[in-house]
Write a protein of this length. Structure first.
Lengths: 458, 458
């Protein structure tokens, strides 16, 4: 900050939006010092709770005057330290901007404020027969999900957050308010800014309104579980299902280590073997055909245990395997911190990448298991870190680095869905080459003083 | 150009890549002076035919030295003057860069040079059981389609060109070669440059290699034709089909005027009434169910004539209605030039927009008909212009302007798929507001001397 005059900034902020929405309370600062990752917490100088776009614009103008960092904050569920104010300054909390502004049924669009969470949105959409498909696990805010470029289990059918964002209202570093898109299903007019802002992690502007695509609730849903003798069989089976053009809505892999941890935590007795979980969305006759064909392909890859469920309660039961996985690890290894790798590789490289990852994991001696959105080539190693053990931290860093280098050398990426934040910064030049310099120049166009979430991505 | 020293530039170009691939032949210059639009042709100074990325890079460095405009040229099928070298300079023709470099079956990806056309690609993909879905009508080059952000009849299911481009190799204005993406199905790493470059119309860089998504050929295809008493019924029916979540692969509207012109040209006797054409892709049992549900919805909107075809020859026959439309107009109004409006509106505004467009068309007294990709809210008025008739040109401009204002005021866009080029420049600020300034700043980052396709978009 130019003058280090925090007191004066806080006084001006209080004058701007009122005392009650500007906080330096220690608990509040502490809540805004961290996310769900293993990265070291750092307290912001002040937390501000805006209610309107105009307030955000005025706060940004003030931040610009003081050259104070501004870090947008949703619910704090990021996994690479995105919301940690590493250069201190203002944590801009969007909790109070949590209204669903418009449900445009016919257009299959909704307009929301950034603080709306995905479960909140889906509850509101239910009575319209609609749903919002992106499911990263956590009940994240939609502003945060757009900022991170989040995705999750349904991406194989519905795409990532970037595919769902139709338009963003953005407040730039100097307080200017822009719209990146419009309400039309397609446009060839001007440069596409929406895709550029999605995944920009608060470094280009603050989202104050999002227009998102929503989808008709599928007429019929089926879930299936398939067990394989080896992880290679499971991965090869998914590759073939995808290539056959069967429109699966989810395709998740859980390895034997993870199944063991899940059984112990949930007191279940699922086979402790590499397992695929599928979901299918469509009409009943089409799905029966899809499931039949899927089963046939899986059996060609040595699957000997295939069950499917149409009943909702039983489907939920089946998917609990996947949803409880992180909790199961956290519960089993109390006192340690959860960390997940996040590479994504071309599908043709997936079997090799998982084979390599398992070898590296066993060699590292760290407890963990592999799971992933294998329909997209994206997989995670869930690792439980003892953050006081320097040697272990070094081994985990080395493991992560090995996985990332392997992925990038084969046309993959260091992060499929968690984003860059702090943790993936060291790999940006390796992954993007010369293009990275131009990303930095684009950052300078929108934020010449570098006050927007400094120290992230770049 | 800095020195106006064309002779010296041509000499250097010939030294760089050889005499035979640098042309100032009048016929060649004339071929590169125009596209398929009504915009006035302008001759380039020289046409160059590179064969490799490295050559393109060296040509760009030379162009930078001479400050000569460079206009990338595919096959000349653009519709808004994109390839017309309005500031003269180099027309960079990608005809010789027309190789399919790699078909990555398992990844559902292909790597192509920019001069490959979509039909050429589809022929190569057939034996793999794959296809490339974007179909703008013309057999355009894939480089051109990416540069324009093209789409067409299948967008309602498969998305636009932007959705298919996985990675671009781009030569920037200073000769730098970058990659905008990778081969992984998804990534949250760094800013997304791919979506920014798609639709940049040659103003940010020249594409020298494209990695594109391809899809499994559908197991089963059905086509259907539905006739309605009024255009409003037809549009409302499409809106309901879409909202019901039925995954149609194409949904096209042809109005009664267009049906009349088509019948006269093709010597057919289709009902001269507002007609919807559908295509469905999937497995047989699923499609029978989709068609049954679609028919039911259409009948609720007064459709009394619904036929569907599964046989490929009969399906092609049915789709000829749509594919022959532009030729039918051109044939019927010889001596005039074809021009198409291209607004796209939110689906909820489509019935109103088409009602407004018909009124404006009748009032203008210009011969034309309405057709469109109504599943996306995108429609065209096909107009036949007498380019010698000043008064008529004025009336057409006024008509186009009225349509565009109507669309933008309702959250739509001035161009759904044809791009900005020359024709949509006047509407950019109206559509993008303050964001347009930032698009200009991004242009300056990549092309500070403004040599890349100057006078387009901006």
């Amino acid at each position: 900050m130019k003058t280090l005059n925090i007191e004066s900034l806080v006084a001006e902020l209080k004058e701007l939006i009122g005392e009650d929405r500007v906080s330096q309370n220690e608990t509040v600062l502490e809540q805004h010092s961290k996310d769900e990752s293993y990265h070291t917490p750092i307290l912001p100088d002040v937390v501000v709770f805006p209610k309107t776009t105009e307030e955000v614009s005025r706060i940004m103008k003030l931040a610009q005057k003081y050259e104070t960092p501004v870090v947008p904050f949703g619910i704090g569920s990021s996994l690479e330290g995105h919301v940690i104010p590493i250069k201190k300054g203002i944590s801009l909390d969007f909790t109070l901007m949590n209204k669903i502004l418009e449900i445009r049924e016919k257009d299959l669009l909704v307009v929301v404020q950034p603080g709306v969470t995905r479960i909140q949105l889906n509850q509101a959409l239910k009575s319209y027969g609609l749903f919002f498909p992106v499911d990263p696990g956590a009940d994240a805010t939609l502003g945060g999900m757009a900022a991170t470029g989040a995705s999750g289990t349904t991406t194989v059918k519905y795409g990532t957050m970037r595919d769902q964002v139709q338009d963003l209202e953005v407040v730039l570093a100097d307080g200017t308010i822009i719209h990146t898109g419009n309400m039309a299903a397609k446009s060839s007019s001007g440069y596409q800014l929406t895709g550029l802002f999605v995944g920009s992690e608060g470094t280009l502007g603050c989202f104050t309104k999002l227009t998102l695509k929503v989808h008709g609730l599928p007429e019929f849903v089926m879930a299936a579980r398939a067990v394989f003798p080896t992880i290679e069989d499971a991965v090869n089976a998914v590759v073939d299902v995808r290539q056959a053009g069967i429109p699966v809505a989810r395709a998740e892999l859980v390895d034997e280590q993870s199944m063991h941890v899940i059984n112990a935590y949930s007191q279940t007795n699922f086979p402790e073997k590499p397992t695929l979980l599928f979901e299918f969305h469509g009409n009943e006759s089409g799905l029966m055909e899809d499931v039949r064909l899927t089963k046939q392909i899986l059996e060609d890859h040595n699957c000997r245990d295939f069950i499917y469920e149409t009943d909702q309660a039983k489907r939920n039961q089946l998917w609990k395997i996947r949803h409880h996985m992180a909790y199961a690890f956290i519960h089993t290894y109390r006192g340690r911190k959860f960390m997940a790798t996040d590479v994504c590789v071309p599908i043709s490289e997936l079997a090799g990448a998982i084979y390599h990852a398992r070898k590296a994991l066993f060699k590292s001696g760290i407890p963990g298991g592999i799971a992933g959105h294998v329909g997209d080539g994206n997989f995670h190693i869930s690792l439980m870190i003892d953050t006081n053990n320097e040697d272990e931290i070094m081994r985990i860093k080395k493991l992560n680095q090995e996985l990332i280098k392997y992925a990038i050398e084969r046309g993959g990426t260091c992060t499929g869905e968690h984003g860059v934040g702090i943790g993936k910064k060291p790999y940006q030049i390796l992954e993007h080459g010369t293009a990275f310099e131009f990303m930095k120049k684009i950052k300078d166009v929108f934020d010449p003083k570098g006050i927007l979430n400094p120290g992230k991505i770049f």
